[in-house]
Design a protein around this ligand. Structure first.
Ligand code: FO1
Length: 328
């Protein structure tokens, strides 16, 4: 059974999203289910304070991508961007120079930081920013509390914990990650609306986002994993690993840190049948279907390359069809 088209009209879909992969998948999902009520629970573990400003890369990537303001080539940051402020800061010797904040993007961080300083929680600030960008989804941070992903690395003869962005952007994941720690997650509470959206969902989707530092960090907020497992609705994920390598990014580096192989089947079993009902792998990984199904997760092999919005919309349709199948 697959969902009949009229069901898409009022379907409530919850998506746990990281940055680029999550945002691009959402664009396809919106095309596949234009009238669905979509709530996005965004990862905030990548957030970083720079120049006195709060930067939320994954929330902004979703907001800009769905709002038409993204730099399409990069997948993050604003299109038509300039970097005068960054250059001026560098002229004063103020860094970090390795993180590319553009002038247009700066405005978002200034507004966000001003509102947070005035006492608004991140969820309210995100709603205010989205009033401009109109992403066509309800974008919620996973938590209003500060959670910051740190990566333990061995450098210069000692073990150090560095901010995720320093690991990802400055070091380009070139050093082996010994551990991934979502600092603050244990004490964090889900943001207002998160648990309610999960409880009211008809289907929950894990896009091809990073299973450790994006979806994994969202699931590390106490209450979110439990709410999804207990929602009693289909939970379907799409593999971010195709042909034993990440489709984009460096997910293999952080998967190794949590002892998970970079294969579509290993990521499915990492989430586990207690959480996932269905899993899509790419056609090149069709050989993994049996292994995933043996782990108690319904699995189909379909094309999973987000080459354009049409191809991504077809992936979203397949995910919803699999949700319909596991529900039957
Ligand atoms: N990624 C980079 O590779 N280099 C950058 O300089 C960089 C800056 C940046 C600024 C704002 C923003 O929203 C995202 C930015 N990203 C940059 C992307 C980001 O570091 C990561 O890809 C995500 O955090 C992972 O989802």
């Amino acid at each position: 059974m697959s969902y009949p088209p009229d069901k898409l009209l009022y379907m409530r879909i919850v998506v746990l999203a990281g940055g680029i992969g999550g945002a691009r998948f959402l664009r396809g999902l919106k095309q596949a289910a234009p009238d669905a009520d979509i709530t996005v629970i965004g990862n905030t573990g990548d957030d970083i304070h720079l120049f006195g400003l709060k930067v939320c890369p994954d929330l902004d990537t979703v907001m800009y991508t769905l709002g038409g303001g993204i730099n399409e080539e990069q997948g993050w940051g604003r299109k038509d961007e300039s970097f005068h402020v960054k250059e001026e800061l560098a002229a004063y010797g103020v860094g970090p120079e390795w993180f590319g904040l553009g002038d247009r993007d700066f405005a978002t961080h200034i507004v966000r930081t001003q509102m947070l300083g005035a006492g608004y929680p991140l969820s309210a600030v995100t709603e205010a920013l989205c009033a401009r960008w109109k992403p066509g989804v309800r974008l919620l941070p996973m938590s209003d509390d500060r959670v910051e992903t740190h990566v333990a690395v061995d450098m210069d003869g000692e073990r150090r914990a560095i901010h995720f962005q320093e690991y990802w952007v400055k070091l380009r994941a070139s050093v082996e990650a010994q551990a991934i720690v979502p600092v603050g997650a244990e004490q964090a509470k889900p943001a207002p609306g998160v648990l309610e959206a999960i409880a009211e969902a008809d289907v929950i989707l894990f896009p091809p986002s990073n299973p450790v530092v994006s979806v994994g960090t969202i699931l590390a907020v106490p209450g979110i994993r439990e709410a999804i497992a207990e929602a009693g609705v289909p939970v379907v994920g799409l593999s971010p690993i195709v042909g034993d390598a990440p489709v984009r990014g460096m997910a293999d580096k952080v998967l190794a840190a949590v002892g998970v192989e970079s294969t579509a089947a290993a990521v499915a079993t990492h989430y586990g049948s207690g959480l996932l009902d269905g899993w899509l792998v790419d056609t090149v990984d069709a050989g993994a279907v049996g292994e995933v199904e043996a782990a108690g997760i319904r699995c189909r092999a379909v094309p999973l390359m987000m080459t354009d919005v049409d191809a991504t919309a077809e992936m979203a349709r397949q995910a919803l069809a699999l949700a319909g199948e596991v529900r039957a």
